[in-house]
Design a protein around this ligand. Structure first.
Ligand code: PLP
Ligand code: THR
Length: 369
């Protein structure tokens, strides 16, 4: 029986707030292709300043942001990019850097904390003398926070070390910073320090910041000029985008201060889950707004059974795989939603693991909060 709706599928599910909608309605706009949209220009200048980079460019999505950055850095045919085998660029972007960008991926195992072994990165770099047989390495990609590791944060020190490797070998460094602000808040480190070593960064406005649409890429003036041309080539040039950028400006103002509470809500949810039988949670690994809940081997629980049972309570989650559920907290999830989710999960797991209890009706959906 659905008592309320709690959407934990992702932090991309948030709805624009009234303030965002008002800003969208009154946004000052112009044609951003024929010239520039003034509100987009304002957002881009703000983001470049926050990131400590020369320039910025609004793009429709994080996927396009990453694709443009990889393609600008790897504009020579036969280029290769070193990236994580569990990175978003490699796993969830339809292989776009290869199919559209013509760039060859060289994957390195992502460690549990989202990093890649520094020695393995350096060992993966092709011989700069080149070869008749091999692609040439031009770029290293990191992801901060690292989504498929459960929203883990990469430290500024680790990022600097990767940047030193890139510089030593004449390579560029790109950071997929879809949730960079979450890393900044969790680590207590300003975003510009986290990306100091990077030549480009893609920062999503539509994730935990809660804007309805958009991503901003940052880099040097020269880099952003090339990125702007590529954005048009890929069909990402848009006209009066101030309508979208106005919402993003409100999102940054309204929601940046709330990220710390998203992290607290995620931790509260993880600690509650950790009390339950039949699942495994690494509470210490919940550093930001994501939780991975793994079914214990041999238990009757499966991700699909739990997902379905939660849906009946109005709770939406995404299975990571057959024995894993991912939950992502955002600013439109309340503490009460967390308690409701824990209670529904407790009952769902009991019903699945101890079906005999169902006959006695002891586990009716009489939830109390
Ligand atoms: C780490 C990471 N990078 C990039 C993206 C792509 O963003 P978008 O969905 O806006 O294309 C996502 C997912 O939304 C993500 O989680
Ligand atoms: C699924 C993935 O593409 C999206 N970035 C998310 O984390 O929800």
């Amino acid at each position: 029986m659905v008592i309320r709706s709690v959407d934990l599928r992702s932090d991309t599910v948030t709805r624009p707030t009234d303030a965002m909608r008002e800003a969208m309605a009154s946004a000052e706009v112009d044609d951003d292709i024929l010239g520039y949209d003034p509100t987009a220009r304002h957002l881009e200048e703000e983001m470049a300043k926050m990131m400590g980079k020369e320039a910025a460019l609004f793009v429709p999505s994080g996927t396009m942001g990453n694709l443009i950055c990889v393609m600008v850095h790897c504009e020579v045919r036969g280029s290769e990019v070193i990236l994580g085998d569990n990175s978003h660029i490699h796993v969830y972007e339809n292989g776009g850097i290869s199919t559209i960008g013509g760039v060859h991926p060289k994957t390195i195992k992502n460690e549990e904390d989202g990093t890649m072994d520094l020695g393995a990165i350096e060992a993966a770099i092709r011989d700069p003398k080149g070869s008749t047989f091999y692609p040439s390495t031009r770029l290293i990609c990191l992801e901060n926070t690292h989504a498929n590791s459960g929203g883990r944060c990469l430290s500024a020190e680790y990022t600097d070390r990767v940047g030193q490797i890139a510089k030593r070998h004449g390579l560029k460094l790109h950071i997929d910073g879809a949730r960079l602000f979450n890393a900044s808040i969790a680590l207590g480190v300003p975003v510009h320090r986290l990306v100091e070593a990077a030549d480009s960064v893609s920062v999503c406005l539509s994730k935990s910041l809660g804007a309805p649409v958009g991503t901003v890429i940052v880099g040097s003036h020269t880099f952003i000029e090339k990125a702007k041309t590529l954005r048009k080539t890929l069909g990402g040039g848009m006209r009066q985008i101030g309508v979208l950028c106005a919402a993003a400006l409100v999102a940054i103002q309204e929601n940046l201060p709330k990220l710390q509470f998203d992290h607290k809500k995620a931790k509260l949810l993880a600690e509650g889950l950790n009390q339950m039988k039949g699942i495994r949670i690494n509470v210490a690994a919940v550093e930001t707004n994501m939780i991975f809940m793994d079914m214990e081997d041999g238990s009757r629980l499966t991700a699909e059974k739990l997902r379905k049972s939660l849906t009946e309570c109005g709770i939406l989650v995404l299975p990571g795989n057959s024995s894993r559920i991912r939950m992502v907290v955002h600013h439109q999830i309340t503490i009460s939603d967390v308690h409701y989710t824990l209670s529904c999960l407790q009952q769902a797991m009991q019903m699945i693991q101890e079906p005999s209890l169902n006959q006695t009706g002891k586990t009716e959906n009489a939830l109390s909060f």
